[in-house]
Design a protein around this ligand. Structure first.
Ligand SMILES: Cc1ncc(C[n+]2csc(CCOP(=O)(O)OP(=O)(O)O)c2C)c(N)n1
Ligand SMILES: [Mg+2]
Length: 338
């Protein structure tokens, strides 16, 4: 486990407040998604990011949002929320509504916002990793200095396609960063039961890819590591493998109500002490950046905003049944050079 870092605060108060707001926004948004799920407003699967917020927020701050590329698996609400996507379209998609990012036909696992550089939202474990390399390939081919962030889970790091992708990324010197989010579980399977080598950052070693393990629960440390790595990849035009240590506070998906089948309450409580939001609150208070009153006011403001998002998403209609076969195949004409 990465050591707890002692920080000299180099970030401005405004930046610190932004990190706090972003993490809290993701948390409150997803808590509301959980409520919507229990109300029967969400069809299919839904996986929340609760507990892992510092990872998305720290990395997002290190990239050029709207220029660099971001892709992830099905635990995909956090990134668009902080990349400038329309939160109503995110929640509407989760509820299968017409105004959602996939017009209500994709659901929680299929949020996309290409305009802001967010390329989904993928349900096949490990299946998006070649797409992450492909985004980096596109940038390199067009001689643009964009970097691609490809988030994947500890479970996904065992997928054969990921090893093939690492090979090609190294062979072609692609500016892609594979961020393996080690939240210690692949569904109900603990890391030790699914990975022969639990030091997942070493996945990059056989291919000569620079790799390291970092802390994912301390947003200030995440941001520092992310900035250093993003800058290196942009400058050197080579891939990187990062294993980021975080923890999934919730069940695998919203329907996973039996977490105690694979982990104990004591373990959960122990990990809750690593809560990235509580950790930042402590730093903000100790360094006199923000007092508890201000934090509560921010929380209230965010919670109200989330209520408004929920109301707007619920008000969106379901897609018309006549559209069920639309967008199954792409309508592009090959002779036009696509
Ligand atoms: C190819 C494939 N195999 C199995 C599944 C079923 N499945 C969905 S999520 C998951 C676990 C993945 O865990 P991890 O990569 O650690 O991501 P996390 O859920 O922790 O974010 C599995 C096995 C799938 N979606 N795709
Ligand atoms: Mg996992």
């Amino acid at each position: 486990m990465a050591k707890q870092a002692q920080h000299e605060l180099t970030e401005s108060p405004a930046q610190l407040e932004q990190f706090y707001r972003e993490m809290l926004y993701i948390r409150r948004f997803e808590e509301k998604c959980n409520v919507a799920y229990r109300q029967g407003l969400v069809g299919g699967y839904m996986h929340v990011y609760i507990g892992m917020e510092a990872t998305a927020v720290g990395w997002n701050d290190a990239i050029k949002v709207g220029y660099d590329y971001v892709i992830t698996a099905y635990r995909d609400h956090a990134q668009p929320l902080i990349m400038g996507s329309d939160p109503v379209k995110v929640m509407a998609e989760i509820m299968g509504r017409k105004d959602g990012y996939s017009q209500g036909k994709g659901g929680s696992m299929h949020i996309y916002d290409v305009e802001n550089g967010f390329f989904g939202g993928w349900g096949i474990v490990g299946g998006h990793t070649p797409l992450g390399a492909g985004l980096a390939f596109a940038a390199k081919y067009r001689k643009e200095d964009r970097v691609a962030l490809c988030f994947l889970g500890d479970g996904a790091s065992n997928a054969g396609v990921f090893f093939e992708t690492l090979n090609m990324a190294a062979l072609w010197d692609l500016p892609v960063i594979f961020i393996i989010e080690n939240n210690e579980f692949a569904m109900g399977t603990r890391l030790e039961y699914h990975a022969a080598d639990t030091e997942l950052y070493k996945r990059g070693e056989p291919f000569g890819i620079k790799c390291e393990r970092v802390d994912g629960m301390d947003v200030l440390q995440v941001r520092k590591d992310a900035q250093r790595i993003v800058d290196w990849v942009r400058e050197n035009q080579k891939p990187y493998v990062v294993e980021i240590m975080n923890y999934r506070f919730a069940g695998h998906g919203a329907a996973d109500n039996d977490r105690q089948l694979y982990r104990t309450k004591e373990e959960e409580e122990e990990n809750e002490k690593r809560d990235p939001i509580a950790r930042l609150e402590k730093i903000l208070e100790e360094r006199n950046v923000m007092n508890r009153e201000k934090m509560e006011a921010i929380d209230e403001e965010i919670s109200e905003k989330v209520e408004e998002i929920y109301e707007a998403a619920v008000a969106s209609p379901h897609p018309d049944p006549s559209e069920v076969y639309d967008h199954v195949y792409c309508d592009m004409e090959p002779e036009k050079g696509h």
